[in-house]
Design a protein around this ligand. Sequence first.
Ligand SMILES: COc1ccc(S(=O)(=O)N2Cc3cc(C#N)ccc3N(Cc3cncn3C)C[C@H]2Cc2ccccc2)cc1
Ligand SMILES: [Zn+2]
Length: 331
Amino acid sequence: SLKTKDVVLSEDRPKTLLLQKHSDYLASYGLNKNDYEYCMTEYLRMSGIYWSLTAMELMNQSSRMPKEEIISFISTCQDSESGGISACNGHDPHMLYTLSAVQVLAMYDRLDAIDVEGVVKFVSSLQQEDGSFFGDKWGEVDTRFSFCAVMCLSLLHRLDAINVNKTVDFVVSCMNFDGGFGSKPGSESHAGLIYCCVGTLSICKRMEVLKADELAWWLCERQLPSGGLNGRPEKLPDLCYSWWVMSSLSMLNRIHWVDKKNLEQFILACQDSETGGFSDRPGDIPDPFHTLFGLAGLSLLGDTSIKRVNPTYCMPQETIDSGLLTSNLFQ
Ligand SMILES: COc1ccc(S(=O)(=O)N2Cc3cc(C#N)ccc3N(Cc3cncn3C)C[C@H]2Cc2ccccc2)cc1
Ligand SMILES: [Zn+2]
């Protein structure tokens, strides 16, 4: 149909940031360890901790998180043989959860709680001849895993453990005519994978290989009349795409290409004024994933009631600054 898929923002939508409600929402999330939801999300528990802790950090509320419980949980998830870290005890180690664990421990400045050399061994063992990365031993290639690899090693100041030039070559081989990127060579452009590829090039300090204007144009075309951003043409807007698109534009120094007022309106409309938290679209069920990306998106748009977020790492800027300081001290 000719009608552009979009949502209509209702008049009684939230128009202000309900910080206290979001802090309460995350503080109580996952406390009821018996409920069905908690058991069903075991497979992503490590990432769930990263999404919740980072959101709480951005609101300066991380003191409400069970710090010691989280740190000891992470140390029980590291596989002594491969060095990799799993989402939950007894699950297979995977690139995604190894990164989430390193991000959480970096925010807590407790990287001593794991075998860092083991993590470096696991991540570098997944790099392939063409520069690409597997997610785990089962061999799935995806540019998401290139991003996990370079972000994880960068937080550990160990980018020397992989072939950075070949990493960049593989990402470049995934660039499409529209300047965007997909998960593999020839895959269609998608905002989430564009974020991963731009983030990889940013960490490898190779942003010059991008077709910046074509890419920024494709990204700001994601904005719809509702102010929300979608991930591909003809798709509905979704709050997490606000993050993937805006963080990419921020790394390209072209964040001003989106209509900031309208986007802010859409993000605030995704808040649940009853339970707290953000959902993917106004009126849907909130979750920790969209709560992080709602707060991180508002931070990128300049909301000073939220701590500054680093667009590449999706972590508090102060964590990245202190990490770099440490690395300079020991170099
Ligand atoms: C609908 O139930 C789900 C479905 C999938 C997943 S998932 O595979 O682990 N994952 C992370 C994710 C976490 C939460 C939360 N809490 C909610 C959704 C969501 N999605 C799905 C989604 C997001 N926007 C709309 N949709 C439908 C993305 C997905 C993939 C992804 C993983 C890591 C980083 C970025 C993206 C988890 C729950
Ligand atoms: Zn989403």
